[in-house]
Design a protein around this ligand. Sequence first.
Ligand SMILES: [Zn+2]
Ligand SMILES: [Zn+2]
Length: 421
Amino acid sequence: MKFCLPYFLILILFLAAPCAAQSDNVSVGIDITLPFQTVKFQALSGNWKVNLYPLTPGTQKASSTERIFGNINKEKVTEYIVPGEDVSLLLVAKGIVARVSSEKDVDKGFDSVILEGGDLISIEIPETEPMIMEGVIQIDNHDTTLSIINRLSLEQFVVSSASVFGNVSSEIEAVKAYVIVARTKLRYLKENNKHLNELYEICNTPHCMPFKGCGANRQMVSLLADQTFDKVITYNGKIINPRFHHTCGGKISSAKSVYGVDNEPYHPSHNDLKGSEGSENCFHSPAFHWTAEFAKFDFMDFIAVAYAGGIQNFYVAFEPETVDENGRITHMLFRGKAPLFLPGYDFANRAHKHFGYNSLKSMRFNVTEMKRSFLFKGMGKGDGVGMCLYGCDGLAKKGMKAEDIIAFYYPGTRVEEIPAE
Ligand SMILES: [Zn+2]
Ligand SMILES: [Zn+2]
C-alpha cells in the first residue's frame, strides 16, 4: 500500500499535464480596430505549416465563437513554408486566397487560415510596422476585413508585453517589478475576460495590454521573467488589476477619482515621493512637464469628430468640470447646443486616437486660449493611476527592491507565487 500513493500521484501528474498546458496559453487579438485585406507572412525560423480552411458550401459562415483554434472541422488545404519563403493572404469576394512564395496560387476562397509549427515568423500588414511572432497565428475572414489572433504561452506574452511598456528602464529591480505587473495584469484579464464574444481573450490596444509580437523582446526581461516565475500581486488573496502609466508627474490619483471604481482600494491617491523630501520619483521623465499647442480649428474639429458625429459648432467651448486633489481633470464639460459632461479618461482616450499619444499626454493640464490656438501645459503621461513606470525606475535607482516598489504603488498588496491554473 505504501508504494501505491507515489505511483498514483505520478500518473495524475502525467494525465494533468496536457490540460495545464492549454490554460497556460493566451489568445491575443492583434490591432483589432484596424481594417486590412492583405497580410504577408515570411518564415524566419522553423518550418511553418499553413492550414487553409474553406467555407463549406451551403453552410452558414462560422461565427467567431464557433471558430476554435485548431478545431475547425472542415476539409483543409495544407501548405508549408520554410525560412525565407512566404505566404501572402488576400481577401477577395470569394474569401481568402493565398499566394505561396510568389509562385503558387491557392485561390479556392478560404474562411480561416492557421499558421503553426515553426519558431518565428514575420507579419506584414500594409501601412503598419512589421511584427515578429511565435506560437500559433489564426487569420479569419470577416467579409470586409481580415483579423489576426496570436496564441502563445502566458510567459511568452509577459516577456513581450513588459519589453514594450517597460522600455523606460534598464534597472534590474524596476524591470523585475514590470514583469510581475505584466503577469498579474495578464492573469487578471484572463480571469475577467472582457472579450467574451470573441475568440481572443485579450487585445493589444490600450483596452487590454501593449503587445507587438516577440520582435521587441529584451533579454533582460526574459531572464527576470524566469527569475520571478509565477509571482503575482494579490490583495486579500485575490489577483489585482494592476493599473500602470508612463509618468505621473509627482502625484498619483485614485482609481476611484479617475475611473469611478470602488473596488480597487490598492489604487489610492498619493505622492510619488520616497520619504518626505527629495525630488519626485519620476522627475527625470521627459514627460514630467509638457506643453502642446493645437490650432483652434483643429481642436474644435477633434471635438466635433469625436463627440458630435462630425457636426461643426455643435460644441463651441470646453472646460474642466471636476479636478481631483492632484490636479487631474476627472470630468470635462462641453458647452454648445446642448451641454455634455464626460469623464476625463474618455476625453484623453479620444484625443489620443485623434492626435496620437504624444499630443495630450495626460489630464493634468491647464489650458490657455491664445489668438489662434489652445496652449496646454501639463504634467505626466497616462492616466496617473497605479504604478508610475518612470517612478518605478527612479525608486530602483534609489536602491529599492522590486517587491518594495510594488508595495509602494499598490499599497496593501502582497507578491505571492501562484501557479497558473
Ligand atoms: Zn481588450
Ligand atoms: Zn511618477
